[in-house]
Design a protein around this ligand. Structure first.
Ligand code: GDP
Ligand code: MG
Length: 445
């Protein structure tokens, strides 16, 4: 999937301009990527429209490729859609800014993780914010549900409301509020029953509880694996219960989390927390940028682009690119490149941004280059004479010994470096023969 996107972005890059058809082509792929990430169709449509409006006609920045510009725009739109605007730290907690006891109502479908999340939030509030927390299970549907919460509460070190057999949800809620007031609790978390799908009886029941307890937060708990029906779920809950925040669970699985986008789009409520496991401490802050990149499925490309823009010296990169296109590649160029790569912090990062290097990248990663080796290699080249750098063929045993001593490495390491340089320069020659004319348009970054 990521490869497919890279393919399109490569093509875009070579054209060097953000024309309408370029953007449309990229967006076709983006649309597929988003649908595969389980973002609801209606939400995908809105997002791609936004990207198109912003991208088409946008002047191509000199220092970045059109491809990077599109990646960045898609990413920015996703981050915004997820609620990470300007001045937004991306970290939101539960709002407790109300008179005690502050009630939190947990709602959502059965199995979404309400009870587990209740335990997690209780633990966090007690442990990190020193709150006195009471939890109460209003789930009279499943026989073991109330017991389940009592067990979790004990693990979290908070009080759970005593179970009274035969009592209904409204009565339990009233008793919980009463107990919270009398016991001077700061927070009371009301865990409700779920249904396998939305039904009127459930909604009416939870709405009545909400009316009676007037919770400061109504948190909709959703499973990250939820697919296209995330929208209906969110809409139904929001219409009846005016959701104030969303908790997305099971982000520890391999779902890409498109449900977050759908939920957010439909309810307008912020995503407050993420559930990342079954254990009680597996609760994370929500970072829009992280989820955006996960949904887009492009790994760290966006951050690498940002980093590259900061650290790569543009003129240097263009000079080097021009030489590489001519098939010229010396140890000096190699040293230069090592330096640039060192600044980027990762070799596969910079290579990932060069078009058409998939194979080479795999090859180099096979060679197991890491940044400490890169620094070593730069030092080795630094210990060579000018003549050696230009005509490495003259480097025989005695010179190798001298170079190794001068750079604090071994002859073996010198050999390894020379071999890698040979491979790299052979690669460069092949690439230039392929006549990839536009390959380096826009420079390395
Ligand atoms: P409820 O019906 O909404 O109350 O859902 P539960 O809290 O009972 O959770 C249902 C199942 O999902 C349980 O087995 C939980 O351990 C599991 N679960 C809940 N949250 C997470 C999560 O963030 N990650 C994983 N892997 N499992 C979770
Ligand atoms: Mg439950």
């Amino acid at each position: 999937l990521s490869n497919r996107l890279n393919g399109v972005f490569d093509r875009l890059r070579r054209r060097g301009a953000l024309r309408e058809e370029d953007v449309a082509e990229a967006l076709r792929e983006v649309r597929v990527a988003l649908l595969e990430a389980d973002v609801a169709l209606s939400v995908v449509k809105d997002l791609t429209t936004k990207v198109r409006e912003r991208a088409v006609g946008q002047e191509v920045l000199r220092s970045v490729s059109p491809a990077q510009q599109v990646i960045k725009i898609v990413n920015d739109v996703l981050v915004e859609a997820l609620g990470g605007g300007e001045g937004d730290t991306g970290i939101r907690g539960i709002d407790l800014n109300a008179p005690s006891p502050v009630a939190i109502l947990m709602v959502g479908l059965q199995g979404s993780g309400k009870t587990t999340t209740t335990g997690k939030i209780a633990l966090r509030l007690r442990d990190k914010q020193r709150k006195k927390v009471l939890v109460a299970s209003l789930d009279t549907q499943r026989p073991a549900a109330q017991r389940q919460l009592a067990v979790l509460a004990e693990q979290a070190g908070v009080v759970s409301l005593a179970i009274v057999p035969g009592e209904g949800p409204l009565a339990i809620a009233a008793r919980a509020m009463d107990e919270a007031r009398r016991g001077y609790f700061d927070v009371v978390i009301l865990d409700t029953a779920g249904r396998l799908s939305i039904d009127e009886e459930l909604m009416a029941e939870v709405a009545a509880v909400k009316f009676a307890t007037n919770p400061h937060e109504t948190l909709l708990v959703v499973d990250a694996m939820t697919g296209q029906d995330a929208v209906q779920t969110a809409r139904a809950f929001n219409e009846r219960l005016a959701v104030t925040g969303i908790v997305m669970t099971r982000v520890d699985g391999d779902a890409r989390g498109g449900a977050a986008l759908s939920m957010r789009a439909v309810t307008g409520a912020p995503i407050k927390l993420l559930g990342a496991g079954e254990k009680l401490d597996a609760l994370e802050e929500f970072h829009p940028d992280r989820i955006a990149s996960r949904i887009l499925g492009m790994g760290d490309i966006v951050s690498l682009v940002e980093k590259a823009a900061e650290t790569i010296d543009q003129a240097e990169a263009e000079k080097m690119a021009a030489r590489m296109q001519k098939g010229l590649f010396t140890l000096e160029d190699y040293a230069n490149q090592l330096k640039q790569i060192g600044k980027m912090g990762s070799l596969s990062g910079i290579l990932g941004m060069l078009p058409g290097v998939g194979k080479i990248k795999a090859q180099l990663e096979g060679a197991n280059l890491d940044t400490t080796i890169l620094k070593r290699q730069a030092a080795i080249i630094g210990s060579m004479t000018k003549k050696e750098r230009r005509t490495p063929d003259i480097i025989k045993a005695s010179r190798k010994k001298r170079i190794a001593a001068g750079s604090g490495s071994s002859v073996q390491e010198v050999n390894r470096m020379l071999k890698q340089f040979d491979e790299m320069s052979a690669m460069m020659k092949r690439m230039s023969k392929l006549g990839q004319k536009g390959m380096m348009r826009g420079g390395l970054a």
